[in-house]
Design a protein around this ligand. Structure first.
Ligand SMILES: C[S@@+](CC[C@H](N)C(=O)[O-])C[C@H]1O[C@@H](n2cnc3c(N)ncnc32)[C@H](O)[C@@H]1O
Length: 293
């Protein structure tokens, strides 16, 4: 293909891709143009081919006339992988040190799990809180929120039923006290599954929201939190968005509150001076008193 023709084709592809992403943004409130470009394009191309379309121009009307395709597309563009007590060391630290420290400092726990997928993360937190309270050493007010952009994920989270594999990192004592084993054929997967007990389910408030809208465009009221879990979510954002996201998060975390990231994630340089990392090697950051904004 001649250089000029190749450029024209690319420009046309970009135009139709932008139109497609705009449509998804309008319909579902998720702006995938802010997500990692290569990942979005790779996943879009898979959906496009399986729908039998040859390019974005053909795929857009298909999407507009097949609501179930929009559902599948959003599910594919957002990765749901999670586990109860994912990265157990982090939860160990929350249990033994971070939450007791927060309770001593604030007298309450106000936690937000961002991009909570099917609820594994906020429920793990609730299990720790319940254990701390029933151990008898603490009595404290708590508020645990889990939000995700995918409405299906939130519906499943509220139901709280999981295949056995998702409990792989959970300690036996949590499996015994916080879950009810569902034998086939009642279980969702057809195999053995576990349902989070109702007393734990009632400790978490779930809602379907887009964190980008909440934090960056302030489209929803946001309170402050002393514990924010923003783990394995950054994969959806590009560098600039990460900077903005963390600046906004820095504003809503109380001084002496904690921000927890995924195992391979890190704070951007611009907000790094506002936090200390008290536990070497663990992505748990404590907001400093005199955080520079
Ligand atoms: C890989 S899961 C991480 C789950 C959990 N935090 C963990 O670390 O195990 C990422 C989740 O972020 C959600 N997500 C993606 N973009 C989002 C957005 N803009 N607002 C809220 N949630 C989002 C996805 O739907 C997905 O459930």
């Amino acid at each position: 293909m001649g250089k000029e023709k190749e450029e024209r084709t690319l420009a046309r592809t970009d135009y139709h891709l932008t139109k497609l992403l705009d449509y998804i943004h309008t319909e579902r409130g998720i702006d995938f143009s802010l997500h990692r470009h290569a990942a979005v394009v790779r996943k879009l191309d898979i959906r496009l081919k399986s729908a039998g379309c040859k390019d974005y121009q053909e795929y857009l009307p298909f999407l507009q006339t097949h609501p179930e395709e929009m559902q599948d597309l959003v599910r594919n563009l957002t990765i749901k992988a999670s586990n109860f007590f994912r990265n157990p060391l982090v939860f160990e630290l929350l249990h033994t040190t971070v939450i007791p420290e927060l309770v001593a400092e604030f007298g309450f726990l106000k936690a937000w799990s961002i991009g909570c997928s099917y609820g594994e993360e906020p429920y793990s937190l609730a299990m720790i809180v319940q254990e701390l309270i029933t151990e008898g050493s603490y009595s404290f007010a708590y508020n645990i929120q889990g939000t995700d952009v995918d409405p299906d994920a939130i519906e499943k989270a509220k139901k709280g039923e999981y295949p056995e594999a998702e409990l792989i990192e959970a300690k036996q004592r949590y499996i015994e006290t916080c879950f009810a084993r569902q034998a086939p054929p009642t279980s969702v997967s057809g195999g053995v599954s576990y349902r989070v007990k109702s007393e734990i389910r009632s400790m978490v408030r779930f809602s379907c929201t887009n964190v980008m809208d909440q934090l960056l465009h302030k489209r929803a009221y946001l309170g402050s939190y002393n514990l924010v879990l923003c783990r394995n979510f950054l994969v959806y954002t590009n560098k600039e968005m990460q900077e903005e996201l963390f600046r906004a998060l820095q504003d809503i975390v109380y001084e002496k509150g904690f921000l927890v990231l995924g195992e391979t994630e890190t704070l951007p340089e611009s907000v790094r001076p506002g936090f200390e990392q008290p536990y070497p090697g663990v992505r748990v950051f404590k907001k400093l008193r005199s955080a520079a904004h």
